[in-house]
Design a protein around this ligand. Structure first.
Ligand code: FAD
Length: 309
């Protein structure tokens, strides 16, 4: 019930100004975001690698309407990849990129600028020996994201995509992307979407998630099963064995700070588990989406806001 209002607040500048004054060290933020700097992100990566986990790093930011900010985001990814290389981590860590953070929404030539910026990051990732996955944002960007993915894959076929099971279109998108070498991260979807494009009830989203899992696991690509839902994890495991998939031909993915014990349990059972590690100063939108998924955390959040006063 609270999900839609919280997601709407995630786009409010007024609330953002209030919440953004929270120090990153406040409990609720650090439970989801290990830090604001590249160094903090690399240190968190090294700790997760020690726990036998893989990583994908996200430099936080989205909905950029400013060319310089888009350029700064590209530079941040290039620097991140440099620091990962220095520490010998690219074998374990890739990067996740939001196209609206690197120019997709810019009024003049946004599509072209985002594509060129994504190419720069893909090139830096390849030079470092790792890969890029394009995050999926709200449904108004789905077509553009998939078009940019198609272009990028001509030169960088290792580039991954995200599909969101709450969208009506996604089962078909899974069919289109279930080809050899195609890395597809399947998540439920985190944005406030209208009934015209997305399932609204959890049960319908879960059923769609299972249908999409079947398409991806039966297909030729590399499915990345991104969920914390114990039922989805169990169903994915049994579908993987039904379709004769060996453990290293797919992976599980979870967000930093969510069900860390389950992440370790799955890794210990031989599964590849990748943790999505967001970092940077622009944590507001990300945090609000996590709160929307788990309104129980709201009281914790409001206490953090009150105690800073
Ligand atoms: C690696 C990864 C990448 C993602 N990338 C994208 C993307 O590009 N685009 C996009 O729209 N969405 C993305 N998401 C978010 C995703 O769409 C969901 O919003 C999110 O994962 C919650 O859905 P769930 O499958 O975990 O199931 P849910 O049914 O929401 O949750 C299942 C269980 O997980 C636990 N849980 C879930 N959320 C939280 C939380 N915030 N805090 C604490 N416990 C929690 C609870 O135990 C809950 O009962 C990504 C998720 C992951 C794991």
């Amino acid at each position: 019930m609270l999900r839609q209002p919280i997601l709407l607040l995630s786009r409010s500048d007024r609330v953002k100004r209030l919440v953004a004054t929270l120090p990153v060290t406040s409990g609720i933020v650090t439970s989801y975001v290990p830090g604001e700097t590249t160094e903090a992100a690399v240190a968190a990566t090294a700790d997760l690698v020690d726990a036998d986990l893989k990583i994908t790093l996200d430099f936080l930011g989205e909905d950029t309407f400013d060319v310089e900010q888009a350029d700064a985001t590209v530079a941040a990814y290039v620097e991140l990849l440099r620091q990962l290389t220095t520490k010998g981590l690219p074998r374990h860590a890739e990067v996740s990129v939001k196209l609206t953070a690197i120019g997709l929404l810019l009024p003049d030539h946004g599509h072209k600028i985002a594509l060129e910026n994504a190419r720069t990051i893909c090139r830096a990732a390849r030079n470092a020996g790792t890969t890029v996955t394009l995050d999926m944002e709200d449904h108004t960007t789905t077509d553009a994201t998939l078009a940019i993915l198609r272009d990028l894959r001509k030169d960088f076929p290792e580039t991954g995509a995200v599909l969101q099971a709450y969208l009506h279109r996604t089962e078909q998108d899974c069919r289109s992307l279930a080809y050899e070498g195609s890395r597809v991260r399947l998540c439920k979807g985190a944005y406030a979407e209208p009934e015209s494009v997305a399932f609204q009830d959890k049960i319908d989203v879960d059923k769609s998630y299972v249908r999409c899992l079947k398409v991806l696991l039966a297909g030729e690509g590399y499915p990345m099963i991104a969920t914390h839902d114990p039922r989805m994890v169990e169903i994915a495991s049994s579908l993987a064995s039904r379709y004769g998939r060996a453990q290293k031909t797919y992976e599980f993915q979870m967000l930093f700070g969510i069900r860390p014990e389950e992440q370790k349990r799955l890794a210990a059972s031989g599964e590849t588990v990748r943790v999505y590690v967001p970092y940077g100063q622009e944590w507001y939108g990300y945090l609000m989406r996590r709160l929307a998924e788990r309104p129980q955390n709201l009281s914790f959040f409001v206490k953090s806001l009150i105690s800073k006063r």
